[in-house]
Design a protein around this ligand. Structure first.
Ligand code: ZN
Length: 156
């Protein structure tokens, strides 16, 4: 014997409908639907959190801004023929990691601050705590370049 969920009458354990009040003893469909939706919401929230945690970890290990640093004292100049403009300097690897590939990119500007193009160099090796002497060549309208700015350093 058990008690009816609705009227508390003593009824047979196996009946699905209470003979006293006529109400169903099984879990109502709407309750099942709500439970299922709630479970899905919890799962989605957990997966979402997992994603965020994964991304945080990734940015934690990809500390290229700190690992690969453009040292002060870099400079840009036209070559003796006026054909190429080069940005030269050093990138220091401040990590204990050997990089298999590193590249550096600058944006070149004319005297009015208009972007002319980019200057680029790469290397296939930069050892742990090593320095890379780069020479980034600019190819667009090199005779008009008045200034440049570091765009990015990438490495892996
Ligand atoms: Zn009942």
């Amino acid at each position: 014997m058990k008690k009816c969920k609705h009227c508390q009458s003593e009824i047979d354990t196996n009946v699905k409908v209470c003979p006293v009040c006529g109400k169903s003893q099984s879990i109502p469909t709407w309750l099942i639907v709500i439970i299922v939706i709630a479970v899905i919401c919890v799962l989605v929230a957990m997966v979402g959190e997992g994603d965020t945690a994964g991304k945080k970890e990734q940015t934690g290990t990809t500390t290229k801004e700190e690992n690969l640093v453009l040292e002060d004292g870099h400079s840009g100049s036209l070559d003796e023929f006026g054909a190429f403009y080069y940005v030269e300097g050093y990138v220091k690897n401040n990590s204990d990691k050997d990089y298999e590939y590193v590249d550096i990119e600058f944006t070149a500007y004319d005297s009015e601050g208009n972007t002319l193009g980019s200057c680029y160099d790469n290397t296939s090796s930069l050892e742990a705590n090593g320095r890379w002497k780069f020479k980034a060549s600019c190819i667009d309208e090199t005779d008009k370049i008045a200034s440049y700015k570091l765009k990015e350093i990438n490495g892996y």
